[in-house]
Design a protein around this ligand. Structure first.
Ligand SMILES: [Zn+2]
Length: 379
């Protein structure tokens, strides 16, 4: 085993990173990992960080030594990982990182800083970072991750060495789910296919029968909705499910954060908030509400992507293309939908789904966007 085991379907990238670890004198101090969502950018960056810190001179990135295991577990003292769930990375956070970047490693071989969403930095913040990336201390390595190199400022891009990840093959993702998560091979393969090789999603589908069921429910909608009334009802249900999922995902964390804030301010969790602390608690609650709204939109967007994959299957069936379906388990629905319309109509329906996704990204109410989409999906 080694730290590279979980970097699936990226052999070309692993070779480059291994070579860099083996030749510390010609080390590049800033790297930019890019690749489509779910291709495992941050995973690859963490594996690289572990290999850089590895204490095993015969096999850097052995996966067994203290440095490898603590890096992968996120507890290595000289590896900092910034992952944000906020819309942007705050300038103060970046200042902290820069402070860290000038320090010598305490026990490790390098001071490694991983920024998982380098695309979520405003220009002003990026400019603060620039100087540090330009002239880093000899033992500091920056690993930035973004969906594509266009997502970061040219000034940053030009100072980084690029690592481009590709969409891993379905079979490799399935194999990972079997070896690392102990999934049943059949479930793993179907999950990897349904997630279109998005590793995180595939893992969730393989692990969580509830997530598989919800996806199946979404894919049944096009065959069931015939009238405008039915479209409106189905839209309401879809939005409700998204709300419920957002609530269950955020509730526990919200309560923990509120408790932590109150303790930090010297109040007891559970007691009424003293008036002098109210504004800070209100501020936190506003942030949490924003997060829940974003989560709900993400869940709905996911449902729309699933529908898009179904219509993609319908289209390839109508065109008689010899490619594998994404939704093999829904073959009957795909054939039924393919038989009752034309490829031109299917493309219109795919456009309607894309429009709904764009609307979700703006301030349109999720319910209205979903209703308009489902009305358009009727036969
Ligand atoms: Zn090691």
């Amino acid at each position: 085993m080694s730290v590279w085991d979980d970097v699936v379907g990226q052999e070309h990238v692993i070779d480059t990173l291994r070579a860099a670890v083996a030749e510390p004198r010609s080390m590049t101090h800033a790297w930019l990992f890019t690749g489509p969502p779910g291709s495992g950018r941050s995973n690859a960056a963490r594996a690289f960080a572990a290999a850089l810190q590895c204490e095993n001179p015969d096999e850097r990135g052995c996966g067994r030594c203290q440095a490898c295991t603590t890096t992968l577990a996120g507890t290595h003292a000289d590896v900092t990982v910034v992952a944000t769930e906020q819309v942007t990375i705050k300038i103060d956070e970046v200042r902290d990182l820069i402070g860290r970047a000038v320090r010598k490693p305490s026990t490790g071989r390098w001071q490694v800083i991983v920024v998982e969403d380098a695309d979520r930095m405003l220009e002003r913040t990026t400019n603060v970072l620039l100087k540090s990336i330009e002239e880093p201390p000899p033992q500091t390595v920056w690993l930035l991750c973004a969906p594509s190199s266009q997502d970061v400022l040219p000034t940053i891009r030009s100072r980084c060495r690029g690592v481009v990840l590709r969409v891993p093959p379905v079979e490799s993702v399935a194999a990972l789910l079997v070896s690392r998560d102990g999934a049943e091979p059949e479930v793993a393969l179907e999950a990897a296919r349904a997630a279109q090789s998005h590793i995180g999603l595939a893992r969730r589908l393989a692990r969580d029968a509830g997530a598989r069921e919800r996806r199946d429910e979404v894919l049944k909608i096009p065959a069931e909705v015939a009238s405008v009334g039915e479209a409106v009802i189905a839209a309401g249900r879809l939005v409700e499910v998204a709300q419920a999922e957002a609530r269950s995902a955020t509730e526990e964390r919200d309560a923990e954060e509120k408790g932590a804030l109150l303790r930090a301010l010297g109040a007891e969790a559970g007691e009424t908030v003293p008036p002098r602390l109210r504004s800070q608690v209100t501020e936190l609650e506003k942030d949490q509400k924003r997060r829940a709204t974003r989560y709900q939109r993400d869940v709905l967007d996911r449902a729309m992507l699933d529908l898009l994959s179904l219509y993609r299957d319908v289209l390839v069936t109508q065109l008689g293309a010899e490619v594998e379906l994404v939704n093999t388990a829904h073959g009957a629905t795909v054939r039924m939908l393919a038989g009752r319309s034309t490829s031109v109509r299917t493309i219109e329906q795919m456009n309607a789904i894309s429009t709904a996704r764009e609307r979700l990204g703006t301030n349109v109410s999720p319910l209205l966007a979903t209703e308009a989409m489902l009305v358009e999906l009727r036969p």
